[in-house]
Write a protein that binds this ligand. Sequence first.
Ligand code: NAI
Length: 420
Amino acid sequence: MSSVKYDVKDLSLAAAGRQRIEWAYREMPVLRLIRERFAAEKPLNGVRISACLHITTETANLGLTLREGGADLVACASNPLSTQDDVAAAMVEYGIPTCAIKGEDEKTYYNHIIAALEHKPQLTVDDGADLVTTLHTRRSDLINGVMGGTEETTTGVVRLRSMAGEGKLRYPLIAVNDAETKYLFDNRYGTGQSTLDGITRATNILLAGKKVVVCGYGWCGRGVALRARGMGAQVIVTEVKPVRALEAAMDGNRVMPIAEAARIGDIFLTVTGDINVIDVEDFKVMKDGAILANSGHFNVEINIPALEKMAVSKRTVRPFVDEYKMRDGRCLYLLGEGRLINLAAAEGHPASVMDMSFANQALCLEYLVKNKGKLEAKVYAVPEEIDKQVARLKLRAMGIDIDTLTPEQEKYLSSWEHGT
Ligand code: NAI
């Protein structure tokens, strides 16, 4: 058992957390199958794991699965505002030391990461690469004991590739985000649904007829745009990549620069992984009442420090809604302090989609243990067999059968001699 202490808001919330964790588990059939196999085979027996993830019901179910596989697990939050306090309490009760409190300040956030590293992990699980970078910078003395790790999100993978490019990465990491059974579903349908859920829970605003500006047409942006259109919004997309902009246009969205969109949008949503995507010049021309939210990993996509400076006053008008009054009397509304709105104001992705992401996580951790010592200090793709297995298991759980190539079709598809 770990010597890491826990730090949660209130242990008496555990019963409520446990109920919600069990509810989510009903929607995680792939993870359930993995948990059953892990219980029998114990592939992670005695392995110390430090997991820095959004502390949600789905994460608790991943944690219980890893523990069933024999892991000695501790957890901390991967964002100061994404923790579900009842889940954190339940995780402690389940025997997973957890350091995470919704709304913790930045100092506490990093202290929690440091506490999770005290566990001397042999495997790391990260979402955004804050744990891995802290390990490399502040606790590099522990790195020799680490056999590998996994990364959950696009921004984390970008950071890890940058570290590897500079020769600074010191152990193998698997980019779980880049599995097809992750980004095609979690980033697109998970972020699509839960981001609108976050915006509507925070504001209770009607989306039908609104001009929703989606900045970034990556996997998350596509999902948000698709679902916003489905709710009757007029979607405007801003992009920097020509192909993605073209795709956005042919998918039926209006595409224009942010400087133009800023003048007409009712709701702005950033999902780029980039910095200052909405900036001073945009705040200056926005309509009175414009709503700003972010679903990208960090709270840097909207230039909040500039907004703070431009505003003559600021007040919280509803939970997760801050009103910024401009000199000319206009009010702009920032949701969830510019942090991932789907986790700040709602519950994050639905369990059914996290089922696939976390199945990849569990199987990749097993893979890292099996391949201990054989991998280099670089960023690896999720093994194709794991990706396919997750898809097969999810289809089976959904009761969907598909066809199989006949020998004749297989031969045809791998040959060149045929023509008209
Ligand atoms: P992606 O790389 O597929 O898409 C990002 C898009 O933003 C790209 O098409 C890029 O060209 C565009 N972009 C970059 N700078 C821009 C700018 N200044 N203006 C307009 N567009 C710009 O990435 P993905 O997978 O869509 O992830 C986006 C962000 O969301 C990342 O930070 C990721 O970590 C995060 N994420 C958040 C989740 C959540 O639960 N809220 C879930 C999954 C990912």
